[in-house]
Design a binder for this molecule. Structure first.
Ligand SMILES: [Ca+2]
Ligand SMILES: [Ca+2]
Length: 240
């Protein structure tokens, strides 16, 4: 009995230690750029206080940080549950909008089409503007499939310019995405993706591109982005 209890303590201690290591470190921004807390205050027009890695708004908005590592599962934008790390995402009709850019480079946002090394970046939008005065949005049907999200643009060219939500896809296996679930006081659900466009230690403040994601409850299938999902769905219906 004693050995069972001791074993349980060791297991609990181990899982607590792992949980602390499941979050990517965010560095303080340089050059007077805003922190995540500052950006939340601006976007939602209220003050936020930090609670661990989460934030609570004065008007009842709760902002919950997703794990970066160590969890399986897929984040469903329609669903407030937090199944694991911010690597794979799904949903139905989904809208993605740029809400802030604190980078000298234009930022592209989209998703990876295909699996493994042959996956290619499918751009949803490229931002215009800087700071909070930015535009860029797209709507897509994620069709209940799981997707790797990605951003592109920055100091370098080619593949070094592309970062996905899967850390092991990226240069130096670095994580470039920090994700929060945002719940309004009435239960409204949205998600904020904070991307980092630099691999350089000291610059990893995760405010280069901030994207807000919302599930669209409408029944209409709005298919943009040229991914051919409508064709796939059509084919499957004919086969059935
Ligand atoms: Ca992450
Ligand atoms: Ca940065």
């Amino acid at each position: 009995m004693r050995s069972v209890a001791l074993g349980l303590l060791i297991v609990l201690g181990g899982s607590l230690a792992t949980a602390q290591g499941d979050y990517t470190t965010i560095q303080a921004p340089l050059f007077g750029e805003p922190t995540h807390q500052d950006i939340l205050s601006h976007l939602y027009g209220t003050s936020f206080s930090a609670s661990g890695l989460n934030f609570i708004g004065a008007n009842g908005i709760t902002v919950t940080r997703l794990h970066d590592f160590g969890g399986g599962g897929v984040v469903d934008f329609r669903d407030g549950s937090l199944p694991g790390a911010d690597s794979l995402f799904t949903g139905g009709n989904t809208r993605a909008s740029a809400t802030a850019v604190f980078s000298s480079s234009r930022q592209q946002f989209g998703l990876m089409s295909g699996d493994g090394p042959g996956a290619t970046f499918q751009k949803g939008f490229e931002t215009q503007g800087l700071g909070y005065n930015v535009s860029g949005s797209f709507t897509i049907d994620l069709a209940d499939q799981s997707w790797v999200l990605a951003r592109r643009g920055g100091l370098f060219s080619g593949q070094r310019n592309l970062h996905t939500s899967v850390a092991s896809d990226n240069p130096f296996d670095q994580d470039h995405l920090v994700t929060y679930r945002v719940e309004g006081p009435g239960g409204q659900l949205s998600w904020l993706l904070f991307w980092e466009d630099s691999s350089i230690p000291g610059l990893r403040d995760f405010n280069d591109l901030v994207v807000e994601i919302q599930a669209i409850p409408a029944p209409a299938a709005l298919l943009l982005g040229g991914l051919g999902l409508a064709m796939i769905g059509f084919g499957r219906r004919w086969l059935a």
